[in-house]
Design a protein around this ligand. Structure first.
Ligand SMILES: NC(=O)c1ccc[n+]([C@@H]2O[C@H](COP(=O)([O-])OP(=O)(O)OC[C@H]3O[C@@H](n4cnc5c(N)ncnc54)[C@H](OP(=O)(O)O)[C@@H]3O)[C@@H](O)[C@H]2O)c1
Length: 310
């Protein structure tokens, strides 16, 4: 195995026959390789897409994949897709919440929600809460976050950027939300033996960077010892998919539900201080903030699978 394994290498020797995975954004970048690896190990894979025709084209030839229609930025679309799965009634063993947008121009959806938080967090929050009846004992929910969560915690005083938009703060906030979501889901789902994780997949050249401008390079560069900017250590999409499939399947993680992962290991917790290119910020693991975000998200979406009141 190479230093950074591929998703197929992580799943080598693991038989997922009879298991079902749902992978959002499974028709581009990292997601395609998550789908390919899980299907290659024998799983049936649901690949909901906001562009189903594109997804069918990209995923043609991978056996065991079912494309569906889902726009995570549209709560009505999330409801329709979830209803179709609930009607079919087949249990889900893995939910890989991978789809995402990054640093896009200010865009409002639904009730005026900012697009990155609406898509990256609230779309997946609604999807998992709606699909909860299908997510039974032994299942895992994996939230694909990013080191980008270092850019912002939850902006409790202005989550929707009503006082001025910053595309990197918005991405950072949404990626912190991905981590906090897994933290609180892990706590809520303990009794049902469902586990939840979040992760940074590494830096991979994918269409995610479609909104980047020349001056955004600073946001993705690090400085070497002499202070010169260097590009991230890019990895292939197959390597970028490795930590997600590891999170979904590794028995090493059984006792670590709620953890944030990178490079197929538990990430180091980093506190305030200089920006790092690794690790998980302590604010993203805060259980009180995780509970607060869950309650806020339930209020925004009107959904909470763990409350009899919604
Ligand atoms: N690439 C990296 O270096 C990197 C680093 C850290 C974290 N990540 C995270 O990894 C995940 C995957 O990123 P990627 O690099 O593979 O990006 P990508 O190639 O752009 O894939 C993102 C996928 O999400 C889908 N998506 C976006 N908005 C959606 C919506 N409203 N409804 C449904 N699907 C939607 C996209 O669909 P369309 O094709 O239709 O737009 C696409 O299939 C993201 O969560 C990202 O934050 C990536």
């Amino acid at each position: 195995m190479s230093a950074i394994p591929t998703a197929a290498e992580v799943l080598d020797g693991i038989d997922l026959s009879g298991r079902t995975a749902l992978v959002s954004g499974g028709y581009s970048g990292i997601g395609v390789e998550v789908v390919r690896a899980l299907a290659g190990a024998g799983a049936r894979v649901l690949a909901p897409a906001r562009r189903p025709a594109k997804a069918a084209e990209v995923l043609a030839g991978i056996e065991g994949v079912e494309v569906g229609e889902l726009d995570l930025a549209d709560q009505g679309s999330v409801a329709s897709y979830a209803d179709s799965l609930l009607a079919a009634g087949r249990p889900l063993d893995f939910v890989i919440a991978n789809a995402g947008v990054m640093a896009c121009p200010e865009t409002r959806v639904g009730a005026g929600w900012e697009l990155q938080l609406a898509t990256n967090h609230l779309g997946h929050f609604a999807l998992v809460n709606r699909l909860w009846p299908l997510i039974g004992p032994g299942a895992r929910v994996v939230s694909v976050s990013s080191t980008g969560h270092h850019l912002s915690g939850i902006r409790w005083d202005d989550p929707w950027f009503e006082t001025g938009y910053d595309k990197w703060q918005a991405y950072g906030q949404s990626k912190t939300a991905n981590v906090l979501f897994a933290v609180h889901l892990a706590a809520l789902a303990q009794g049902r033996e469902v586990r939840a994780y979040s992760l940074h997949p590494g830096a991979i050249l994918t269409p995610l960077g479609r909104h980047l401008q020349a001056d955004d390079l600073d946001a993705v560069m690090t400085l070497d010892e002499s202070g010169q900017p260097v590009l991230p250590d890019f990895r292939s999409p197959e390597q970028g998919a490795a930590t997600a499939v590891w999170a979904a399947t590794s028995t090493e993680l059984d006792e670590h539900s709620g953890a944030y992962l990178e490079d197929c290991h538990l990430a180091e917790v980093v506190g305030p201080g200089p920006q790092t290119t690794y690790g998980v910020k302590d604010y993203a693991l805060d259980p009180d903030d995780a509970a607060r975000l869950w309650a806020w998200s339930a209020e925004q979406t009107g959904l909470d699978a763990f409350s009899s009141g919604t």
